[in-house]
Design a binder for this molecule. Structure first.
Ligand code: ZN
Length: 59
């Protein structure tokens, strides 16, 4: 689900709408972290509706 969430975000943080501040060295993709809105340990689902792509400032 991580890849789909990052694809949806298009390199923009889904919280503050800022562009990812830098790219990953590995594949040059925008550096955003996928965060589960409801933690998996709390019963959250690993689905695209339960994830947001966040920049390092919003983590
Ligand atoms: Zn952000």
């Amino acid at each position: 689900m991580v890849a789909k969430t990052l694809y949806r975000a298009l390199g923009v943080c889904e919280n503050c709408k800022a562009k990812a501040p830098f790219a990953r060295k590995r594949d040059n993709s925008p550096y955003l972290k996928v965060h589960h809105i409801k933690m998996l340990s709390a019963g959250g689902l690993d689905c695209i509706e339960n994830t947001v792509a966040l920049c390092p400032n919003c983590l």
